[in-house]
Design a protein around this ligand. Structure first.
Ligand code: ARG
Length: 588
């Protein structure tokens, strides 16, 4: 379906043409004086110079052409030359009917579906999942769902950090504590035990301990680097330990992501491309792309037009070890070979933007990707505490994702059970759904690149621009629909009608922005547009609700028309919250 503003502009352009003016002047926008009119066109002002005529007389001539228009109820030429338009209820009704009849509410899917790889999540094995990784998961999941809804083929890859120094650190600390473990006997050639010599709890304590030690003790760090080197070079005991670490950690990650309703198609990690590195290095050398610089192998990626310094992309360190870069480039190579994506989108902390600039330039220069492959970095800002500093626990430590979710859950539970009779089970279930909405909406309603403040009180409030407010509005609609059915109404039989009140008309106009909004949310990789849309829509729904006695209406036609309108609203809201990665509830 065409976008509503396109149809309206088309009508206006036709009138400009008929009145003898350039059609291009007839662009219509939403009114910035909604108290006076719904849409406006400023084309007569723009045309005044070109036609050497007073803008008001151009506007009047155009307005004359629109008498009896099917699209406009009224078009008024007002000084100094604006065209103030009100839209025809019958036209709105037709548009709405089109949305009702179409599977995706008038949205046209992409004509040429792309294959998109979304690189998001990016947790590091054996390090606790903390709020820094939260944003990537939440934004990535929503971008994935939005892109799929648009008809694209999307593959989400978690890209685990499982191959760096942190693995060496853990192995080193384990060796300090349990040197007798069979994994450290380099003469051993048998099988290794099936069960890991640690629990997830221990693992999570081992990493920070080891990391702390390595910062203070150079010899310890040296050992950790050596362990990393041995691991990467395939020492069997180290590989076996690493596999245990990976298994234990991934099981825990899966549980955490499931709680967040985030899921990945691929659970690949940096380690998966290890075996590709030698061939890639050869390729870069033979192609003349890479050269030695102070012993390290690098690819220059600066360009003449650069205004800031872009350092070379390092492929191998002087000791031959690979880096974060190396695995990212080899991953690009693997993806091009195995999946041939049109686009790769990375959803990572914006502090990595220079890094990705280097990696992308290097991938292009060395032709790891095709000329038309799009590489896109969506850098997100930091989630700060109320003090404006990166979010921490009350004690000042790194907040673990699990604890954060728990905290929001408890807060929601408290609110839900306050002054109310509700079963424990229902309260817990509702609390967990609303909590997830609070957290995700709180994050997604901000433009991703911006920092934002995590404010528990505000995020969990059922008033204002929040997740709970949206769920509350949906629950309100559900309750009206339930009552309508209890009165004997049949939801399958209701039909849309022409709007009859102002608040109803405003509601329909909000609703009609759906396809325009979805396209923009996809193209600009901007889930916050979905949030803004459902927030405005919810406000319009609540205003309509307060101004209309829906269930008491005696005119049956009117009443069923309103019920149909609410059904459509609910359907669209359900779709949108699903695209944001949470779900509605039956009762608030
Ligand atoms: N593991 C990384 C980190 O915690 C994020 C990974 C992002 N993705 C990538 N392909 N580099 O910083």
């Amino acid at each position: 379906m065409k976008k509503i503003l396109e149809l309206i502009s088309q009508e206006m352009q036709g009138a400009f043409t008929k009145a003898g003016y350039d059609a291009g002047l007839g662009r219509v926008t939403l009114s910035n004086r909604p108290d006076l009119c719904e849409y406006q066109c400023n084309g007569a002002m723009a045309g005044a110079k070109q036609y050497k005529k007073a803008p008001l007389s151009i506007a009047s001539e155009v307005a004359d052409q629109l008498k009896g228009s099917k699209v406009f109820l009224s078009v008024e030429a007002v000084a100094p030359g604006f065209l103030n338009c009100k839209v025809n209820p019958a036209f709105l009704k037709d548009y709405l009917q089109g949305m009702w009849d179409s599977e995706k509410f008038g949205l046209e899917e992409a004509k040429i579906p792309q294959t998109i790889i979304l690189d998001y999540g990016g947790p590091n094995v054996a390090k606790p999942l903390h709020v820094g990784h939260l944003r990537s998961a939440i934004i990535g999941e929503s971008v994935k769902r939005i892109s799929r809804y648009m008809g694209h083929k999307v593959i989400g890859d978690i890209h685990l950090g499982d191959w760096g120094l942190q693995m060496g650190l853990i192995i080193t600390e384990l060796k300090e504590r349990q040197p007798e473990l069979i994994y450290f006997d380099e003469t051993y050639t048998g099988d290794y035990p099936a069960n890991p010599p640690f629990t997830i709890g221990e693992l999570e304590e081992i990493y920070p301990t080891a990391s702390g030690k390595s910062k203070e003790d150079a010899a310890y760090k040296e050992k950790a680097m050596e362990a990393t080197f041995k691991l990467q070079n395939g020492v069997p005991g180290y590989r076996a330990l690493w596999q245990h670490i990976l298994n234990v950690s991934v099981a825990d990650l899966k549980k955490n992501y499931a709680n967040l309703k985030v899921d990945f198609d691929l659970w690949k990690g940096e380690s998966d491309v290890h075996d590709r590195i030698p061939a890639m290095v050869e390729y870069m050398k033979n192609g003349g792309y890479a050269h030695l610089s102070e012993g390290a192998l690098v690819v220059d990626v600066k360009e003449e037009t650069d205004t800031k310094e872009i350092p070379p992309c390092m492929i191998l360190k002087s000791d031959g070890a690979s880096l974060y870069n190396t695995t990212d480039l080899a991953t690009i190579m693997e993806r091009m070979e195995e999946i041939q994506p049109d686009t790769m989108i990375y959803i990572v902390d914006k502090r990595q933007d220079l890094y990705f600039e280097q990696v992308f330039r290097c991938a292009r220069k060395t032709k790891l990707v095709n000329e038309d492959t799009r590489l896109f970095f969506l850098g997100f800002g930091t989630m700060n505490g109320k003090d404006g500093k990166p979010f921490k626990t009350r004690e000042g430590g790194v907040m673990r994702l699990e604890s954060l979710l728990k905290e929001i859950n408890e807060e929601m539970y408290k609110k839900i059970t306050e002054n109310r009779e509700i079963s424990e089970e229902e309260a817990r279930d509702t609390a967990s759904k609303v909590a997830l909405a609070a957290l995700k909406y709180g994050d997604l309603s901000n433009q991703a690149s911006k920092d934002y403040i995590f404010d528990l009180e505000r995020f969990t409030s059922s008033e204002g621009d929040t997740g709970p407010y949206i769920l509350y509005t949906m629950a309100r609609i559900k309750s009206i629909l339930r009552k309508y059915t209890e009165q004997g109404g049949d939801l399958n039989a209701v039909q849309l009608r022409e709007v009859s009140t102002d608040s109803e008309k405003s509601l329909v106009m909000e609703l009609a922005k759906f396809n325009t909004m979805m396209e923009a949310a996809f193209e600009e990789i901007a889930p916050h547009k979905v949030c803004a849309y459902i927030y405005d829509l919810s406000n319009a729904i609540n205003k309509f609700y307060h101004e209309t006695r829906i269930l008491d209406e005696t005119d049956e036609e009117k009443k069923t028309g309103w019920i149909a309108l609410l059904l459509l609203c609910l359907d669209i809201l359900e779709t949108c919250v699903d695209l944001l990665g949470f779900e509605s509830i039956e009762k608030m």
